[in-house]
Design a protein around this ligand. Structure first.
Ligand SMILES: C[S@@+](CC[C@H](N)C(=O)[O-])C[C@H]1O[C@@H](n2cnc3c(N)ncnc32)[C@H](O)[C@@H]1O
Length: 227
């Protein structure tokens, strides 16, 4: 089963948000990194400016810059309005207001858009999507999945999560996923069973607290490693 990208609203996070979300150390930042479902985040672009290596894969990269811009313009205000209407579900600490959230997201997304065409030619933005990724086995040290798996637990089935995580572990030595709550800031209905399954398959699995909380209770990531 493949997810239709138009079902998932884009939202571009910054380099600093990725660092906090995934507890990325200087050593991690020097690894070969896959950003799966990076969409219009500026992580890839900012890492590239620092001379570091990230490949991002996302179905929206099939589109050209204008189409992605259009999609951002269509959904951006709606996302901010939804956030304003559900303000009590978020922690206004790292980000202090809906207006600041809008500024951060817009800045990330415009950095991404300016980098997109060049990055696509350089092979840093690749069109594709879970549960099948266009990479050979063990292509990356670390795969990061921000705001896709577990967040969309109601839209993406348990089986999809299992296949997606298996695929990420095929292409990378280690996988980190954030957040572990769904869109309504409830613990993902798939989480416990997925952890049990991964442990039974022999992976080293841990749920780790991170220095980032925007959705209430969304302050842990899942780390999965080959033995
Ligand atoms: C909420 S956005 C998160 C973007 C970015 N990771 C961030 O944290 O700012 C979810 C992203 O997942 C992408 N997506 C949807 N279905 C996907 C799939 N099957 N495989 C990989 N990415 C997918 C969407 O296109 C979108 O860019």
């Amino acid at each position: 089963m493949s997810v239709q990208y138009h079902n998932v609203v884009p939202g571009g996070r910054s380099f600093q948000e990725y660092v906090d979300i995934f507890s990325l150390s200087d050593e991690d930042l020097n690894k070969s990194i896959l950003g799966c479902g990076d969409g219009p985040a500026s992580f890839n672009c900012e890492m590239n400016r620092m001379g570091k290596s990230v490949v991002s894969v996302d179905p929206i990269y099939e589109l050209d810059r204008e189409m992605i811009q259009k999609r951002i313009d269509e959904t951006y205000l709606e996302v901010l309005e939804q956030t304003r209407a559900n303000k009590d579900k978020f922690i206004w600490k790292n980000i202090s207001s809906v207006e600041e959230l809008g500024e951060i997201r817009m800045s990330s997304m415009s950095q991404f858009l300016d980098d997109f065409e060049k990055g696509k030619i350089q092979g840093r933005y690749i069109a594709g999507g879970l549960p099948e990724l266009p990479f050979a086995d063990n292509s990356f040290d670390l795969a990061l999945v921000s705001h896709l798996l577990f967040l969309y637990s109601e839209q993406l089935s348990f089986d999809f999560h299992v296949q997606a995580i298996d695929e990420l572990l095929r292409v990378a030595s280690e996988v980190r996923i954030f957040p572990l709550v769904d869109l309504n800031s409830r613990k993902s209905i798939h989480l416990d069973e997925i952890i049990g399954l991964l442990v039974s398959k022999g992976y080293v699995v841990s749920e780790e607290k991170v220095n980032y909380e925007f959705q209430k209770g969304g302050d842990t990531m899942l780390k999965i490693m080959h033995v």
